[in-house]
Write a protein that binds this ligand. Structure first.
Ligand code: GDP
Length: 197
């Protein structure tokens, strides 16, 4: 597992706190509670790489994990359906917007979605940011274990159809489960490929 060496390096809540813009990095986005921390941990094969506990202050930070020199995983802040205070939302918007616009090291985006609630407004916004600069994106439909095999497959097909219509070939999708480890190898190989590992 080429991502097993990932380790926490820093958390940034302002653009100037980001590491120098060099090398390659893959960003992970998802609404809070989608299962992003669990997915990062499963992918890296760590139990506690990304915190699965909810620490309120961290929800506005970009968290950097180094896989090897100049190769990074970036955990983007997400938010949920709970109402976000307007000033916090505005800060988040401009930080994330600037990150997607300016970050040259960014080579791909993973969007983590609960298989039961795919392609919500937040997810669409992330995909639109990636699309705006022709960045490839990969959607993981996590918590697949919560649905029957048949329901998993039909959701996957529906999501793929929608992505194809909206973004063409730039965006792919797969099923995932941190609990059963479904799709872990598939996610790893997409991310390792983007990072050129
Ligand atoms: P985050 O807020 O997106 O980082 O989400 P977490 O990774 O903290 O997960 C949110 C909740 O969903 C936690 O209670 C996890 O145990 C649960 N969860 C995450 N992934 C899975 C999964 O694949 N299957 C199931 N059944 N539960 C999951």
């Amino acid at each position: 597992n080429p991502l097993n060496s990932a380790e926490y390096v820093l958390a940034a809540h302002l653009p100037r706190q980001l590491p120098p813009d060099g090398g390659r990095e893959v960003a992970f986005a998802g609404r809070s509670n989608a299962g992003k921390s669990s997915a990062l941990n499963a992918m890296a094969g760590h139990n506690k790489l990304a915190r699965t506990s909810k620490t309120p202050g961290r929800t506005q930070q970009l968290v950097y994990f180094r896989v090897r020199p100049e190769r990074w995983l970036v955990d983007l802040p997400g938010y949920g359906y709970a109402k976000v205070p307007p000033d916090l939302r505005a800060h988040w918007q401009s930080f994330i917007n600037g990150y997607f616009r300016d970050r040259e090291a960014l080579v791909g985006l993973v969007v983590v979605m609960d298989v039961r609630h795919p392609l919500r407004e937040f997810d669409q916004q992330m995909l639109a940011y990636a699309h705006a600069r022709a960045l490839p994106a990969h959607c993981i439909l996590t918590k697949a274990d919560k649905l029957s095999r048949g329901a998993q497959q039909s959701t996957l097909l529906q999501v793929r159809r929608q992505l194809q219509a909206d973004y063409g070939e730039h965006v792919t999708a797969q099923l995932f489960s941190s609990s059963s480890k479904l799709g872990v190898d598939e996610l790893r190989s997409v991310v390792a490929g983007w990072l050129d590992l």
